[in-house]
Design a protein around this ligand. Structure first.
Ligand code: MN
Length: 503
């Protein structure tokens, strides 16, 4: 994924509500105020998507036309609505019923503080968001249209941060609707949670999952030129430490070159086909010399989605998280809860995988090493080994419950390991789940949470919940306030709600 390509030409439309009652002078003022808000928001680098001011809307026809245009515009990825004055909301209902893009209701006012000495009825009639926004909100609720509501003065940092975080969720949603996951091989045999209904995914999120034999990929891998491999090996040498025998002149250097060949071959396959993510399976490697390890690590860092063992749901979810993370600091990776460190209150999880953890979460320079895999019966695979960064993170998963999807989000704190792990040949990160391992793991398991996850220090829980709202899937959060008893009840209530609200 080239981030610039994703952002190119994408827009959020800013629509302002008013009515004819106030006369043309007031409408002109409303339009000027809307433009100054849009200019202010566009000037903030927390909002990476361009916001485009649209006409002030004062009639049912104009609203319906504007929202239909938003729905069919390939550039528009979402609509921000602001009610400067009172805009009778029955006018909005026909348009809202057809709205096909994510909606953010910005409940702000152009003027910040009340001008105590000069305030009069003209001022009051121009600055009516306080009740105009409520009138609009009622209509949106009445129609059951999902939307995010952001409240506060538009110059406040918090408001701009919220709009910015939502803007990349809207982009991630757009990306998922046109997304394609290449599945090399199939699911790891007999594994349950990595499977799911691809048609349901198409209906719910928009992306398609397309299967290929590994032979289709092998052709691309074998066709990579030595010159391209030379260039990629030089990138490795500048970005990472390389274990002695693997580097140029070392007895195992050919294995490193083969890893570079895989990276280039897979990327070409994905780019030529317009794929946004992919899966591999260590059980299906016919024609590949080694299980791709460094290749998915590198491709994840470049923004592609990835899931191991045929896990296309996590591949698609990771890609979505990568897009949400645009413009934010911290890494995002495929992850698996691997082993526990039981020490009572401070018990923690060591997250890792056979090989495939994204270097974007690395603390310091990753080191490229080669070790036997122990399963799969292939040559020893090359991988980048590192410890993850400490600090707050989310660990999230998307599971298929048969008739619907459920997103589960656990807030966690990544912590430094007590001691180095010199004999562990894979990338890893240690974290404490909130509220603690006992409740965090119990609730995760009760919700049916997978062992594969998207782990991120960039994406926030609010962004994940925003995405769930846009796509109409359940989101449950495990945080410092979670108790097993309440969580189990929440699952039951949600079960009922989603039974009545089937896609
Ligand atoms: Mn796994």
């Amino acid at each position: 994924m080239k981030v610039d390509d994703l952002l190119a030409n994408k827009e959020l439309w800013f629509v302002t509500g008013s009515q004819h009652l106030y006369g043309p002078e007031v409408i002109e003022q409303v339009e000027r105020d809307a433009r100054s808000i849009v200019d202010g928001l566009n000037g903030d680098k927390r909002i990476p998507i361009k916001i485009v001011p649209k006409a002030v809307l004062t009639s049912s026809d104009a609203i319906a036309r504007m929202l239909a245009d938003a729905g069919s515009s390939p550039e528009c990825i979402g609509v921000i609505a602001w009610m400067h004055t009172f805009s009778p909301a029955q006018m909005w209902m026909p348009g809202l019923k057809t709205l096909a893009k994510p909606l953010l209701h910005l409940h702000t006012q152009h003027n910040a503080e009340i001008p105590w000495d000069s305030i009069d009825m003209d001022f009051m009639n121009l600055n009516q968001s306080a009740h105009g926004g409520r009138e609009f909100g009622f209509a949106v609720t009445r129609l059951g249209v999902p939307r995010k509501v952001v409240v506060g003065h538009w110059k406040e940092q918090r408001v701009q941060e919220q709009i910015g975080a939502w803007s990349t969720v809207a982009l991630a949603h757009h990306d998922a609707t046109v997304g394609r996951i290449a599945r090399f091989g199939d699911n790891m045999r007999r594994v349950a949670v990595t499977e799911g209904n691809k048609v349901s995914a198409r209906a719910q999120f928009g992306y398609s999952v397309e299967g290929f034999g590994v032979g289709d990929l092998v052709e691309y891998v074998d066709a990579v030129s030595d010159a391209d491999i030379d260039r990629t090996v030089e990138e490795y040498r500048s970005e990472y430490e390389i274990a002695k025998g693997l580097d140029k002149g070392g007895e195992r250097h050919e294995a490193l070159r083969y890893a570079a060949r895989q990276e280039i071959g897979i990327r070409r396959f994905l780019d030529e086909g317009g794929f946004t993510g992919f899966t591999t399976s260590f059980e299906v490697l016919h024609g590949l010399d080694q299980l791709p390890g460094l290749a998915p690590q590198r491709l994840m860092a470049q923004g592609y989605g990835f899931g191991a063992e045929g896990d296309w749901k996590t591949a698609a979810f990771l890609r979505t998280a990568k897009v949400m993370a645009i413009g934010r600091s911290g890494g995002t990776s495929f992850m698996e809860d691997y082993t526990y460190h039981f020490t009572g209150e401070n018990s923690s999880v060591l997250g890792a995988h056979m090989l495939e953890i994204c270097p974007s979460i690395a603390k310091g320079k990753p080191r490229i090493e080669i070790h036997p895999l122990g399963i799969g019966g292939k040559s020893d695979p090359v991988r980048a080994v590192f410890d993850g960064q400490g600090g707050a993170a989310v660990n999230a998963t998307m599971v298929d419950l048969g008739d619907r999807y459920r997103m589960i989000v656990n807030e966690v704190d990544a912590v430094a390991p007590e001691k180095p792990m010199p004999n562990l040949p894979v990338a890893r990160v240690l974290w404490k789940p909130k509220p603690n391992l006992e409740v965090g793991a119990a609730t995760w398991i009760l919700a049916g949470g997978a062992h594969h996850t998207v782990y991120s220090q960039a994406v926030t829980r609010e962004q994940l919940i925003d995405y769930a709202r846009i796509t109409g899937v359940e989101a449950v959060v495990i945080d410092e306030n979670t108790t097993v008893e309440r969580f189990e009840q929440e699952l039951r209530w949600n079960e009922l709600y989603y039974r009545f609200n089937r896609l």
